[in-house]
Design a protein around this ligand. Sequence first.
Ligand code: HEM
Ligand SMILES: [Fe+2]
Length: 788
Amino acid sequence: MGNKGTISGKRGFKKNIDYWMDTKNWWAPLLFILIISLAGVGLIGFQTYNDAPPMTGFQTSDGTVLISKGNIEEGQIVFHKYALMEYGSFFGDGAQRGPDFTAETLHQITIHVNEYYQEQYKVEHGRPADPNEQKVIAEKVKQELKKNGYDGTEDIVVLNDAYVYALEKVRNYYLHVFMGISGENTFPLKNYLTDRSEILNLSDFFFWGAWVCVTERPEKNFSYTHNWPYDPEAGNTPTSPVVLWSVLGLLAFVLLCGIVLYFIGQYNQLSNKFFKPSSKELLTAGSVRDFVPTKTQKASYKFFFVAIVLFFVQVSSGFVTINEFVDYLGFFGVDLSESFPITVSRSWHLMLSLYWISTCWIASSIFILPILAKKEVKFQLQLINILFILLVVLVAGSLTGMVLGPMGLLGDWWHALGHQGWEFVDFGQAFQVLLMLIFVLWGIVVFRGIRPAFVRGMPWNLPNWIMYSIIGIPLLFISGFVARPETNFVIADFWRWMVVHMWVEAFFEVFITVIVSYLMVLMGLVSRNAAIRVIYFATILFLGTGLLGISHNFYWNAKPVATMALGSIFSTLQFVPLILLTVEAWRFKNMPRIALEGIKPSELGDFGFPEVFLFLIAVNFWNFFGAGVLGIIINLPIMNYYEHGTYLTVNHAHAALMGVYGNISLAAMLFATKLLLKPKKWNKKLVKVSFWSINLGLMLMVLLDLLPAGTIQFKAVVENGLWFARSDAFIGGGVFQSLTWLRGIGACIFLFGGVVPLMLFIVSRAVSLKRTAHTDSSLAKIARHDTI
Ligand code: HEM
Ligand SMILES: [Fe+2]
């Protein structure tokens, strides 16, 4: 019986594996996933528009208009024009060190409505309320704040007298804050926003945001934002759907984990043979030395050159940003806060990360195209040079615009040429158009270069995968063009996440899986057949979970319950493919050894890319730890309810963005550089030291500051509400500030031990490149198989 079971089990297993190994069977699951996900995202989009809170005016009960719809729109424009999303956040989205303006305003309102009733009590009773009576007043305040005074027919919200009183106080508060009148502030925006009417409109925009956070959604017993931010004094506490969907999210996660691990168990029986390429494919030190680049391959070096300089500027602007928090330059008598305000330095820090990373990706694709096509395609060099010029214009122009816009030097052109004000989509819209053009031209270059490698009837070959993953990137970028500065924040933020989330958590993941697999194939570590299967499987999992996973960014910015439900389930599942990386880690780490097995080193020489391989291991590590572990701890709705808008997001963002996309970009850069440089000019030791400095530095930033700071901030939210955890008193307090100083240790190792040496290396080697080939013969050496 046991025997029979095993035999039929084996047969079943083989059938199963055979089915999935046959590429003919691949369309249906992929299409199924895409259709379901697109339908789901479409539904979220529909709900975003349909259920958005009204962006509407406010008036007194006797009809005096206090805030018009126009005031709120103007205020939102001020918010964007001055890039305040890079200083603080709105609905928790944006920078996490300044105030969350919605949480802060809501708390101000609560305090002042309370104050109004206490005062009224005093007048009526001739004495202040005693503690018990104060509690009764506090309850009444909560109930009043929750009552939705929106009048749909008039399209206006009617405020009672207490609310009107609070509104005046809020306006005064922001006048004081921005005009620098109010006392202490850890990092004030000095002489930044000084126009009284602009500040008043901004304050009214914040008031609207706070109203959205607290007032009950029609026919519901919680607010538009599911009672986010946590502020018990305002009556904002977690709702039952928040708890329920967290439990169900966890359930789905454990179930899918089980199912996937079961299949992985089967698939692992395929053993290392499945992955192992034939031995002569290994790219050895000898073949690296003998490699002769083509003209376009050599042209890719200038992209890497620019990328590494941008990396340096990106990290340096991080250092400038952190100076605003702890003022270490004050020691030398330097004050940058007015000439290079934090809103600008933080925007540079973020946008440059996208710039240098994408420059590396463009460059590495240019480098591998001739290997795929096994020839130089006509006019590619010219197109590549145009691409380079456009990139330089984009970077120089948009960085300048991001300084001039918020400083008011561009007048009405702030949106087109200056700063759009959306975190991660900061640049002026003209530069956004230019980036779109660059993506399209990149797509054309890749298509032209890859076309000779396409094989009719084989849509799943590696070249095809590269093309598919590159098409996804500009496609989503179109979403970034939908919103206007005055578009309802709730709707505009949907489109922003359609770019940011869909890129980093879905299409970039697919892209880098393709790139890592391709590099592994090129280095001769993995067979092509194994690579395309791994890519397919990863694509199914990344898109199947990541597309709908976008809803974890919509828990609190005024979307209905169904969106939260989708988010809790699918985004929790996003962790599953990342867990698989650890299941595969052992095999991955030993790839060079497995590939070399049984071959005498004297016959083959050494493996050519041990240092590059280190970076690939780091990509897997950070994908699991930074994206997965540090992502999952902020992912379930009930956890994110208390964590949204805290340093736990900063923590995850650094570990995932630098850890995964930073490392893969450096891997691609060093892979190409090693092949392009004259052999003697390579510096193994320097690359190793940079690798360890960058990755240890990042880990130290996480462990010494970001994770503990996020954790104590999380505790502060649970104990007092988000307004407190983002207040001056807390952020400027000893513990939080000390942790920021500690972060300096990691940051210095990262910069001085990692980025600077690597930059000097790449820059100085620009004159030490190999000569280019006159024939295509050297390409044949590296691309030894027809279906690479
Ligand atoms: C390499 C992959 C990833 C990268 C580069 C990445 C990057 C980021 C960044 C930059 C943010 C902050 C956005 C902002 O503040 O505007 C963010 C937010 C977030 N990420 Fe990821 N992420 C990745 C994968 C994941 C995964 C796999 C999960 C879930 C398991 C996840 C969960 C989240 C959540 C819940 C937020 C929102 C946090 C909040 O605002 O409260 N991320 N991510
Ligand atoms: Fe996300």
